[in-house]
Structure formats: C-alpha cells, structure tokens
Design a protein around this ligand. Structure first.
Ligand SMILES: CC1=C(CCC(=O)O)c2cc3nc(cc4[nH]c(cc5[nH]c(cc1n2)c(C)c5CCC(=O)O)c(CCC(=O)O)c4C)C(CCC(=O)O)=C3C
Ligand SMILES: [Fe+2]
Length: 363
C-alpha cells in the first residue's frame, strides 16, 4: 500500500477539508448582488439594505471577510501539514464567490469522496448552524457524484476560543487610559437574530434558545478567564423589519445605559464573531465608538480570534477529534451539536424556523 493509502486509513477515509463561510463582496459592483443573495426570501426591508450597502461602500465595496478567511486557510494548511494530516483545503461560501455549489463541484471533479467541513460560525441556532447544513445539502444536490460532507461541531466553548477571547479582553483593558482602567464595564456582543428563531433553537428537548444560551455561556467563560466578576451580554447588527422582535438590547443603546450607570469606560468583546467582519469594523468600531463618544465613555474593543495562530490550532484540534473519535474538548455545559453528515439537521426539528403565517391569517 502506498503512503497515501496508509495515511487515508488513519484519516477515516477523509480526503479533504471544506472551509465553509458566509462570503462577502470583493468590489463595489458585487455589493448589491451579494446583499440580494443574503436576503433572498428573508423579508429584509429595502431601507436596511441601502444602509448596509453604504457600510460596505465605506470599505471600498470590499468585505474584510474574504482576506481574513484566506489567511486562516493558509494557517490551517500549515498546521495540518505540521501534524501530518493530509487534507487539501477547499473554500466555499453561502452568499458570494467562491460559491459553495461551485466548490463542491470542483471537489467532485477532483475525485474527493469524503470531506470534513469547518464552518466559520461557532454557534448553534438557525443562522449559525442549520443554515450551514442547508448550504451543504444544497451544494451536494447540485452536483453529480458529490462527496460525503461531514460538518464539524459547535466550538463556541472550545478552551482555545475562551483563552483567545480572554487574552484579547486583557489586552484591550491595557489600552484604556489609567483612569478608565478602573471600573471599566465588560460588554460582550453577538449578532442579533429574530427572537422567534432563537426560541426555536436546538432540539425540541433542549428547551429552545440554544444560540443565546451558548452566547451567554461563552461570555461567562471568557469573563471568568479574563478575571472579571461582572459583565453584560448584548446584541448587534439587527436586520429585518422593525416590528419583528430581535434579541436586545442593542450595543449602542447599552452604551447609553452603561454611561447612565456611571461607567466612564467600556471593554467591548465581540464574542459572537470569529474575525473582524464588517459587523465588527462598522457596527462596533464606527457606530458603537460614536455612541460612546456621545456619552463620554471611553470604548476599547477586544480583538477577534481569527488572526491568532491558536485559531488554526483549534481548527485542527477539531479535525483531530473527529478523526480519532476522541471526546469533545469543551468548557461549557449547554447542548453543543452541529456535527452531521450531508447537511442533515442535528435531529428532528432542530433549529427549525416556524413557518410564517400566510398574509391572510394576519390580523
Ligand atoms: C447569527 C448570525 C451570524 C453569526 C454566524 C455566522 O457567522 O454565520 C451572522 C454572520 C454574518 N452576517 C454577515 C452579513 C450579513 N448578515 C445579514 C443578515 C442577517 N444576519 C443574521 C444572523 C447572523 N449573521 C440574520 C438573522 C440576518 C437577517 C437575514 C437572514 O435571516 O439571513 C445581512 C443582510 C443585511 C443586514 O445586515 O440586514 C448581511 C450583509 C456576515 C458577513 C460580514 C462581512 O461581509 O464581513 C457574517 C459573517
Ligand atoms: Fe448576518
């Protein structure tokens, strides 16, 4: 048997890694079609799309997400080869090129039979987990001879994630002015989702709210590791029509509240994001900074883990865990799922969005 064959046996037959992400525009002309892909059939008002298009235009119509992902992929390739794991890496997105359908077609042409999938979302819930399963299923359906694709589990509470965020919180704290360092409020933020989607998160037996429970747990783990006894969890980047409830409070409203409580400084930790996506560099570094200035609060933002070399280590740890069948290394106690084959949901009815009532049934 050749060395490739031997290696493949250790690797449970896995012969590739699919790095699956959200996607983002790479030039101004991409912005509108990208936003149309994201919001197709999702009831996002046109005014919101105009606003978000403008946010992208502040960055020359280029989302930071693609370069960040390519950087992570390069590090993962190095880490894999350093550990003797032979998995060529393919890159595909839900909403922009390289589209996951095209990537899976390429994998099939290359003869890939069985691949692991790393999603750039650490979370459960519809947007963070089930929608990536849907991407996997859709991409496979569009291709003859599609490889088997097994998604890796949620990693929001992986010890390296907690360690990277905790280090980033302490580094941010050190950037505060000497007077701001005392009494600084630690505030975690994650992407808001519709309340009804959150309520249906997880398996029916999980009791709902899987995403917000995981976010709260991650915040508590990171705060404790960084040495903070108190902290808040808030939300950001809400979309959708204003009459539909989304998770609250919003970070900008919360800054006003924190100022009213007498805090003169805030450390914001974007625990819900793996890297400096547009939501981080616009909604936090621009809008939340403005809100802070308005209320005379000093705001520092903790770095996201994507560019930390430990992030690639964690990804390969997750792969190794899957290949060796070892128990999941994790710090949290909330349900953690997400690892299924070929886009199957984590179980019957997991993170299923309730169907909207037909217009005629609405009052
Ligand atoms: C939970 C969650 C994550 C974290 C998990 C994960 O990472 O997947 C996430 C990530 C991201 N969201 C992103 C961008 C957008 N999200 C939108 C809209 C929405 N997000 C939602 C939720 C989430 N989103 C939801 C419920 C909507 C409403 C429409 C719908 O139900 O789908 C819209 C439409 C315009 C608007 O903002 O209204 C855009 C442009 C980018 C790329 C940013 C970049 O370019 O750097 C990333 C990483
Ligand atoms: Fe989003």
């Amino acid at each position: 048997m050749d060395s490739m064959g031997v290696c493949n046996e250790d690797q449970q037959g896995y012969d590739a890694l699919l790095f699956l992400s959200f996607g983002g525009p790479e030039k101004p002309a991409d912005v509108r079609p990208f936003l149309e892909n994201v919001t197709r059939g999702r009831n996002v008002p046109p005014e919101r799309l105009d606003d978000v298009a403008e946010h992208y235009m502040h960055f020359g119509g280029v989302s930071p997400i693609n370069a960040l992902n390519r950087d992570i992929i390069n590090r993962v390739a190095e880490e894999l080869s350093g550990r003797g794991i032979r998995l060529p890496i393919y890159f595909g997105n839900r909403n922009w090129h390289p589209m996951v359908e095209d990537t899976v077609a390429e994998m099939s042409r290359d003869g890939v039979k069985r691949a692991l999938v790393f999603p750039t979302s650490a979370w459960g819930g519809y947007s963070g987990c089930r929608q990536y399963h849907e991407d996997i299923a859709r991409a496979r359906e569009s291709v003859d001879d599609a490889p088997d694709l097994r998604k890796l589990r949620h990693y929001y509470d992986h010890p390296l994630m907690v360690e990277m965020f905790a280090d980033a919180i302490r580094a941010a704290q050190a950037q505060l002015s000497p007077s701001g360092r005392e009494g600084a409020r630690l505030v975690f933020t994650a992407h808001s989702v519709p309340e009804s989607a959150d309520a249906h998160g997880g398996l029916p037996d999980d009791g709902g709210y899987l995403y917000s429970r995981q976010v709260n747990e991650a915040a508590a783990l990171c705060a404790s590791k960084a040495g903070f006894a108190e902290f808040d969890v808030v939300w950001q980047s809400r979309s959708g029509p204003p009459q539909i409830p989304w998770l609250e409070p919003d970070i900008c409203d919360h800054i006003e509240y924190v100022a009213a409580q007498g805090h003169r400084s805030v450390i914001v930790c974007p625990v819900g994001f793996v890297s400096d996506h547009l939501e981080v560099v616009w909604d936090l570094d621009t809008e939340a900074q403005e809100a802070a200035a308005e209320h005379n609060v000093e705001l520092v933002r903790a770095a996201t883990p994507g560019t930390d070399s430990r992030f690639a280590t964690m990804i390969v740890d997750l792969i190794d865990e899957e290949l060796s069948g070892a128990q999941a290394v994790r710090l949290g106690a909330q349900p953690s799922r997400g690892a299924t084959l070929n886009g199957e949901p984590c179980g019957e009815g997991c993170c299923q969005i309730p169907r909207r009532r037909p217009a005629s049934a609405q009052a």
